[in-house]
Structure formats: structure tokens, C-alpha cells
Design a protein around this ligand. Structure first.
Ligand code: FAD
Length: 449
């Protein structure tokens, strides 16, 4: 097992880092148990890092840090059930799924996270009909603070003070605060094919039609290009395999567009770097990119080809989920547009606009409510300090009681987390039972729990 002392760890975006007293890369479950017992005995805080794709300081630990990069094997594929070790990367899982003609009903945008890391923060895609990746969990094996493994399935119940809880609802999105997830059992769907039609509309027309699109298209999301008043739509739905096989006859996704997709990062990176010194350039950059790269097109592929992408240029991201009742989400989006455009602040494209179906994990932003997400990014920005354009976003989202995505930046406090997440009290009761000495909490989580 690899062990290092005083190890410096950085996240993918480069805005979070820590200096860990002890860092481990265990290869067996026995080694993981040994490290947890060492932490508990010495009253050390312990965190697991996945692939460091969270923008929030959720994974870091100045005491003990574990990476499961050597604990990421496939355990079994049996019909539509896959069992893997917690450290497996999503791109490895997706390759296995493709080989076995399997899929999930929906996917997050990229495939570089680990399986346990992605479910720990409730990584989601966009579909009003589908939930987050956590909803695919059939069973979790977790090494708790005592070093004892527990297995949690959808029907696992616990009684605390005569109150019965469903443990899955807490452990399926646990922010890594229940213990170390060593094995994940996932329920899959058959492989499917998708057609995505992509086009531009005006912001005000988008506000009027957005929910209708989200109800009609199984996979619908949009990118608002701030300071242009335009929105790029991704309207995608399933097609039969036969239609997919004939795709070349009528596909409008030309070679030239493919080349532009590949070129986008190379051509835009210097522009983003420059614009961080001179934000007055941002409206022109957003407008240029929309016109040059985001022309209307139709794409066809299997679900992985259309719904999952390779990584993009470095950026920091914040995302909040809004309730859709009484048009709360539309009011929040409109207010954010108005506040941003009337301010002196500028924001890079895209502002990512997505939907998910209500779900039962206590700490999901979509807990018991269909949810509309607004995500903003600042590209080529690697500072821990919150960018003022992002703070403007937090302020509007807080007015609308929006719930943050735990893997992304927010200014969530303990009081606000209890107000925003109605399942927080139940979650904490269960968490305190599995980790009474609070060894799995870092400063970020101590501030919230
Ligand atoms: C370019 C990019 C695109 C993204 N797209 C999306 C998106 O489409 N939708 C979305 O919702 N999010 C998205 N995210 C956020 C990302 O999916 C989450 O932050 C996810 O948690 C990162 O997974 P990771 O493996 O990198 O985990 P890390 O960021 O390293 O850790 C996240 C959490 O998981 C815990 N953890 C990791 N492994 C274990 C384990 N074995 N046991 C217990 N706890 C564990 C950590 O302790 C930490 O609390 C994106 C991020 C990036 C950088």
C-alpha cells in the first residue's frame, strides 16, 4: 500500500487543496479497515478523495486522507446488476456497461468522477423524468468509524428512540460522512440510443417555453449565454436502434462541426484567461463562441455518446436546485438575469439550466421536489476566494431558498442547511449513530452539521 506523510492534495479545478499528515492508497478492504481503526484510535479526522472533481472543500482532510485509486475493480455483472469497488472511475464503469449493452436512465455531464464520489454528492444529469445517479444504488458496503462493515440496501431500516428510519435515504447521498464506501451495487437499464436537436432561442422565449420542453423531451437542458440574451437548447429523446443504424443518411452533425467541438477548448482558453484580467471582454467572447461553435445541429448516438462528455477547460462551478412550485424557479432565473445584466459583473458562458425528478435521498437538492438547477461557472479561475460574479449568484439563489449541489461552490451555513434540507435532522441522527466521534467530518462538514 502506498503511504505518504505531509502529502499535498489538490482538486481538479485547482481551487481546493490540503496538506494531509498521512495519505494512503489501500489495495484491500482489510487495509481500509486498518486505516479507519488507526484514525478512530488516534482521534484523527479521515476523508476519502475520489477523483477530486468537487469544487467545494468537501473531500479535503489535513489529518488522514485516503484515495481508492488502487481499489477500483469490477466485482460482477449479473443481468442488469453491476457490483464494483468504490474507487472505480465512471468512464471504466460506462465501458463495462457498453460492453454489456447496459446504461443508466440518465448521466451527469462527464465521466471522470469515481463511482463512490459521484453518488456521495448526488451527481445528476438533466431530465424531469429521471433522478440522480444515487437513485441507481441497490446496495452499499460501507466501512464505518469502528472499522466494521455495514451493508445498506433500499429496505434497510434502523430504529433510533422508537423512530424508524430508512438508512438508504441517508447513505445514498452521504457526502462521504457515513464511512468509506468500498462496494457499490448498481441497477442498470438496457442500452439506448438518443437523438439530440440543438438550436438557439431568445431568453424571454425560453422563460415561456422551458417547462413545456422539459415535460416533452426526455432529456432537456439549456445553456444561457450571459450578456447575449440567447439560450442554446439541447432537446434530446430516445430513438430505436434501427434509426440509429441509419444515422448517416440524414445526420446534420457535419465533420466541420465535429472539428469545432474538438477545437473549442484550444481556441477559447487564451480568451478566458485574458478575460479574467479584463472582464469587459466577456460579452464579446460569449457572443463569438455562441455564433461560431453553437450552430443548430442534430446529433445521434448511443446514450453515452450524446449524454456524456469529455472534460472541459478548467473552471469553478456553483449550482443550486430550485423548487418548481409557483414558478419559483422561473422567477429566480429571471431575477438572476436582471441582477447580473444590471450589475458591473460579467459571467462566462454557459449558465447551465437543467431539471431532475424528485427523489428520496435526504440531502439531495431534489429531495421530495421536482427540481430546476441553475449552474454558473468562472473559467480559468483557480482561487479559493469566491469570485464576485458568483457571490451575486449565491445572493439571488438564497432569496429563493435554493438548495446547493454539495460538490459545487455555495455559501451554505448550518442554519440555512437545516432550513433548506428538510431531511437534514433525520440524516444527522443516523450519521451521529454510525460516527459518534465525528471522525468522518472535515471543517466544511463540521460547519454544516
Ligand atoms: C467538469 C465537471 C463536470 C461535472 N458535472 C457534473 C454534473 O453534470 N452533475 C453534477 O451533479 N455534478 C457534476 N460535477 C460535480 C461532481 O460530479 C461531484 O462533485 C462528484 O462528487 C465528484 O466525484 P469525485 O469522484 O471526483 O469525488 P471527490 O470530489 O473527490 O469527492 C466528493 C465526495 O465524495 C466522497 N467520497 C469519494 N469516494 C468515497 C468513498 N469511497 N467513500 C465515501 N466517500 C467518498 C468524498 O469524501 C467527498 O465527500 C462535475 C464536476 C466537474 C469538475
Amino acid at each position: 500500500m502506498i503511504k505518504k506523510e505531509n502529502y499535498t492534495w489538490n482538486n481538479w479545478a485547482g481551487n481546493q487543496s490540503c496538506l494531509s499528515e498521512n495519505y494512503f492508497e489501500p489495495e484491500t478492504e482489510e487495509q481500509i479497515i486498518e486505516i479507519v481503526r488507526f484514525s478512530e484510535k488516534n482521534k484523527k479526522k479521515i476523508r476519502v478523495v475520489g477523483s477530486g472533481h468537487s469544487f467545494s472543500p468537501i473531500a479535503i482532510s489535513n489529518e488522514i486522507l485516503i484515495s481508492l485509486k488502487n481499489y477500483r475493480k469490477l466485482i460482477s455483472v449479473n443481468k442488469d446488476i453491476i457490483v464494483c469497488q468504490g474507487g472505480m472511475y465512471l468512464y471504466e464503469l460506462y465501458n463495462i456497461m457498453l460492453l454489456n449493452r447496459l446504461s443508466f436512465p440518465n448521466f451527469g455531464v462527464i465521466n471522470k468522477q469515481t463511482v463512490a464520489g459521484a453518488i456521495a454528492t448526488g451527481t445528476h444529469g438533466s431530465s424531469l423524468m429521471h433522478k440522480s445517479l444515487s437513485s441507481q444504488i441497490e446496495k452499499l458496503r460501507i466501512i464505518t468509524a469502528t472499522g466494521d462493515p455495514i451493508e445498506i440496501a433500499s429496505e434497510t431500516k434502523w430504529k433510533i428512540d422508537d423512530q424508524e428510519f430508512n438508512l438508504w435515504e441517508a447513505a445514498s447521498l452521504s457526502l462521504g460522512s457515513f464511512g468509506i464506501v468500498t462496494e457499490v451495487t448498481l441497477k442498470c437499464d438496457p442500452l439506448f440510443y438518443v437523438k439530440s436537436e440543438e438550436s438557439v432561442i431568445d431568453f424571454d422565449d425560453f422563460l415561456k417555453s422551458m417547462d413545456d420542453y422539459a415535460k416533452y423531451y426526455e432529456y432537456f437542458k439549456a445553456w444561457w449565454f450571459p450578456h447575449t440574451d440567447k439560450v442554446y437548447l439541447f432537446k434530446a429523446e430516445r430513438i430505436e436502434e434501427e434509426q440509429y443504424r441509419k444515422k448517416d443518411q440524414w445526420i446534420k452533425y457535419t465533420e466541420e462541426q465535429k472539428k469545432r467541438d474538438i477545437e473549442i477548448d484550444r481556441l477559447t482558453t487564451p480568451l478566458f484567461i485574458k478575460s479574467n484580467h479584463d472582464p469587459s471582454l466577456i460579452p464579446q467572447i460569449n457572443s463569438y463562441c455562441l455564433e461560431y461553435f453553437f450552430t443548430p445541429r442534430t446529433r445521434i448516438g448511443n446514450c453515452f455518446e450524446i449524454l456524456v462528455h469529455d472534460e472541459t477547460v478548467p473552471m469553478v462551478v456553483s449550482e443550486y436546485g430550485l423548487s418548481m412550485s409557483d414558478n419559483n424557479h422561473k422567477k429566480a432565473l429571471k431575477e438572476f438575469r436582471d441582477v447580473l445584466e444590471q450589475s458591473k459583473y460579467k459571467l462566462h458562458f454557459p449558465v447551465d439550466l437543467r431539471y431532475t425528478h424528485a427523489e428520496n435521498s435526504y440531502l439531495s437538492p431534489a429531495y421530495k421536489q421536482n427540481t430546476f438547477y441553475i449552474g454558473v461557472c468562472i473559467r480559468e479561475y483557480r482561487e479559493e476566494k469566491i469570485h464576485p460574479s458568483m457571490q451575486l449568484f449565491f445572493d439571488v439563489m438564497n432569496k429563493y431558498t435554493a438548495r446547493p449541489n454539495w460538490g459545487k461552490l455555495s455559501d451554505l451555513s448550518k442554519t440555512a442547511s437545516e432550513e433548506k434540507f428538510p431531511g437534514m435532522e433525520s440524516f444527522q441522527k443516523l450519521r451521529d449513530t454510525v460516527d459518534p466521534e465525528r471522525i468522518f467530518l472535515n471543517a466544511f462538514l463540521e460547519n454544516i452539521f
